[in-house]
Design a protein around this ligand. Structure first.
Ligand code: GLT
Ligand code: MN
Ligand code: MN
Length: 389
């Protein structure tokens, strides 16, 4: 590996404790790797050059830990952070693992579960903030249904809104400098998860009491599972000023949630994503929410983590090359050419403009005869990615 693609703290590359800590357990088989302690994971991430580490409350402190055990775990974790220089930019709550959440957390039909979910989240927010988190992710894996016979869908929306409003109130009350990032997923583990896409989350946010505190955490795999274009979702979030965090991984369409190494499946869409993030100057965490193949041993897990970051950096270099490539830029200039003749119709509505536009004669046939060299342009991008340009 060359040094050019060495991760740097400016890249804001982060991993969750649950990502490199994944033991390979799946619905069909037992763990294949030993469970690493949070301290061991921090050391592993430091070794491969990551910037930060994120966690769910239960990843760091087991849900049934005694107060004494909790204290020791947190102290050891803090020491590992200061020994390695890793930071904690994001934290989140596990609202899906415990059997209590079998029918959801904030949208469970049981008011006791809904109240417990709020309590668990407030405690987890305290923990995350105490370790430095500035972003708090909400992934509602169990918020959904298998059958719509048993849940009032409008109540579910209302409960979700009330929970977010309550927690925004809590954060404001504590004077925490913390923002929320909502992560959508269409299904798995529920048959259908509520607010299944980034677009749905963006619309929901506008119904909250404090929309300015809440943005999104789009995940590559989750939009790809639904057959959607992830970069388009990210662009919409960016345009709305809501791209607070991002989960990078990969996924092939029509499969279960694979959480593959970034760029390992669809290199071309990974390229357009990296290009977008670099073009707009996204400065948030680039969080890899992925895990190694079940065939991996500990060394291969390190190769997996290093690979996520290296692929990102290589694609970043390719994105710069895209802007420097004269032939590509020539075609782009041709595609977006503007002779200025339509300037008088652009921008805000005015009665005079609408009148002039209605009177304009358009040559519809000529408009339709104009071809666009997208084939040539795309082939150049493919060749750039294949390393022959
Ligand atoms: C879980 C899920 C991810 C979420 C994590 C945050 S946990 O692994 O598959 O997409 O981002 O709760
Ligand atoms: Mn996922
Ligand atoms: Mn995720």
């Amino acid at each position: 590996m060359t040094n050019t693609y060495q991760p740097h703290s400016d890249n804001r590359f982060t991993f969750g404790l649950w990502t490199v800590g994944n033991t390979g357990r799946d619905p069909f088989g037992a763990p294949v790797r030993k469970a690493l302690s949070p301290v061991e994971i921090v050391r592993l991430l430091a070794e491969v050059g990551a910037y930060g580490v994120n966690f769910h409350d239960d990843d760091l402190v087991p849900i049934d830990a005694t107060p004494a055990a909790r204290k020791k775990i947190i102290a050891d974790f803090r020491k590992a952070l200061s020994d390695t220089g890793l930071v904690v930019p994001m934290a989140t709550t596990n609202l899906f693992g415990d059997p209590a959440f079998r029918d959801g957390a904030f949208t469970s039909n049981d008011p006791h579960v809904r109240a417990y979910a709020l309590q668990k989240t407030m405690n987890a927010i305290d923990l995350g903030v105490s370790l430095g988190a500035g972003i708090y992710v909400f992934w509602g894996g169990r918020e959904g249904t298998e059958t719509d016979a048993g849940k009032n869908l409008l109540d579910a929306q209302k409960w979700m809104r009330e929970a977010m409003n309550f927690l925004c109130g809590y954060v404001r009350d504590q004077k925490y400098a913390l923002k929320f990032a909502l992560e959508a997923k269409p299904n798995e583990p529920r048959g259908d998860i509520f607010l299944p896409t980034t677009g749905a989350m963006l619309a929901f946010i506008e119904t909250l009491d404090h929309p300015e505190m809440v943005g999104v955490n789009p995940e590559v795999a989750h939009e790809h599972m639904a057959g959607l274009n992830f970069t388009h979702a990210v662009a919409q979030a960016w345009d709305a000023g809501k791209l607070f965090h991002i989960d990078l991984n990969d996924q092939s369409f029509g499969r279960y949630d694979q959480d593959l190494r970034f760029g390992s499946h669809n290199l071309k869409s990974a390229f357009f994503l990296v290009k977008f993030l670099e073009d707009v100057g996204y400065t948030g965490s680039r969080h890899f929410d992925a895990h190694a193949y079940r065939t991996a041993d500990e060394d291969d897990v390190k190769a997996f983590a290093a690979g996520c970051m290296r692929t990102y950096l290589i694609l970043k270099e390719k994105a710069a090359q895209f802007w420097e490539d004269a032939e590509i830029q020539g075609l782009l200039a041709e595609i977006v050419a503007d002779d200025g003749a339509m300037d008088r119709f652009k921008g805000k509505y005015s009665p005079a403009k609408s009148k002039a536009l209605k009177a304009e004669a358009f040559d519809r046939g000529a408009l339709g005869r104009r071809g666009l060299p997208y084939e040539r342009l795309d082939q150049l991008v493919v060749e750039l990615l294949m390393g022959v340009r």
